[in-house]
Design a protein around this ligand. Structure first.
Ligand SMILES: [Zn+2]
Length: 370
């Protein structure tokens, strides 16, 4: 009887705890489950804990999860380091320390602290990424961290000019506002792409994702160039239609140098990169150092030493084709590849000549160009 009675008391005492479990424990259990799934390389299990309310974030997290099936982190912990709070919108926020390492990284564990949002979906707390501040303009949502409000204002101020210019070049526009995320550090930007991402970058965009930038003060010319470049990617990807997984497949099937060349051309009004590319391409042509297109076609297989060719040689070629056949034919060429045509087929369809012929003409034009 005594034993039985104590069990009853224990059960009653436990009820309030079970009925109103500590928020911190719930959030931690979401974070722990995410970490275990990621270390196991289990994308599906990881994504079960990701919030679905922001479409761009969800698509970014799907890409993140896809990469852990390629290179899973061997260290990943998420620690709550502040008391979580629930806001009027029902979302929970807390600062989370993330520590991670991956087999492709020789250095020490990397570490970030991110003020994080959690969204309650179906009675479970889901990871919502950084708790951003937001500033909007026509066709634009700028998400930024504390301390970057003047930069966010600058982005919204220059956006109409950038948007109009890039949309004119690509002869298209988005059917939803472009999201721009301004990360406070390069490390956080890289981690948001996937844990094994190591190369420094100026900006990032993939089908359905936000444009990702570093939210640090730079020159106005640089800011406009990088936004125009990334928005050029967004409009290219949108040529693949609304099916995001299909657009990702098509964009990844497209030569990387074509994607970067088109984006660089879209940004040229602000970057003036074409003049520089003309000098460099002429120099490479003279010294027989132009890259083989095959060497700069696949993002994952391109030697980081060759990344410069992707942008510079890519820009020069895309500019040559645009100048020779016109903007609309150039856009049909991009559209063809985003619709699943190979480089060869898209070139025949848009320019009525084979890629090899066009490539030979381009090379000849470099030596002729005064
Ligand atoms: Zn790019």
């Amino acid at each position: 009887m005594i034993i039985r009675f104590s069990l009853v008391v224990a059960a009653i005492a436990a009820v309030p705890v079970l009925a109103q479990p500590a928020l911190a424990e719930d959030l931690s259990s979401t974070l722990d489950a995410m970490a275990s799934a990621a270390i196991a390389g289990d994308a599906e299990a990881y994504l079960e804990h990701v919030a679905t309310d922001e479409p761009e974030f969800l698509i970014e997290q799907r890409a993140w999860a896809k990469d852990i099936t390629r290179i899973a982190p061997d260290v990943l912990t998420y620690e709550l380091i502040s008391e979580p709070k629930i806001g009027d919108d029902g979302e929970a926020t807390a600062t989370v320390r993330i520590t991670w390492n991956t087999p492709n990284w020789d250095g020490d564990d990397r570490e970030l602290e991110i003020h994080t949002r959690f969204v309650n979906e179906d009675g479970q707390w889901h990871f919502g990424g950084r708790d951003w501040r937001e500033r909007d303009a026509e066709g634009l949502r700028v998400l930024y961290a504390n301390g970057a409000s003047s930069l966010a204002r600058e982005v919204t101020r220059h956006w109409p000019e950038i948007k109009a210019h890039v949309e004119e070049g690509f002869e298209s526009m988005l059917d939803h506002p472009q999201v721009v995320k301004m990360y406070p550090t390069m490390l956080e930007l890289k981690f948001s792409i996937f844990p094994s991402y190591v190369e420094d970058l100026g900006g990032w965009n993939e089908p359905g994702e936000s444009i990702k930038l570093i939210g640090q003060r730079t020159s106005t010319a640089w800011l406009k160039s990088v936004l125009a470049h990334e928005y050029g990617h967004a409009l290219t990807f949108a040529m693949g239609g609304p099916d995001i997984p299909l657009a990702i497949e098509r964009a990844h099937g497209m030569p990387w140098w074509v994607l970067e060349g088109a984006a660089e051309l879209g940004a040229n009004r602000f970057s003036r990169a074409y003049d520089r590319s003309t000098r460099m391409v002429r120099e490479w042509h003279t010294t027989d150092q132009l890259a083989d297109w095959d060497d700069i076609t696949n993002f994952y297989e391109t030697d980081p030493d060759d990344y410069g060719y992707v942008y510079v040689q890519g820009l020069h070629f895309v500019a040559y084709a645009s100048d020779r056949f016109g903007r609309s034919a150039r856009n049909r060429w991009l559209q063809g590849m985003m619709s699943g045509s190979t480089l060869d087929d898209a070139t025949v369809e848009a320019f009525e000549m084979s890629f090899d012929e066009l490539d030979a003409d381009w090379r000849a034009s470099i030596s002729q160009d005064p």
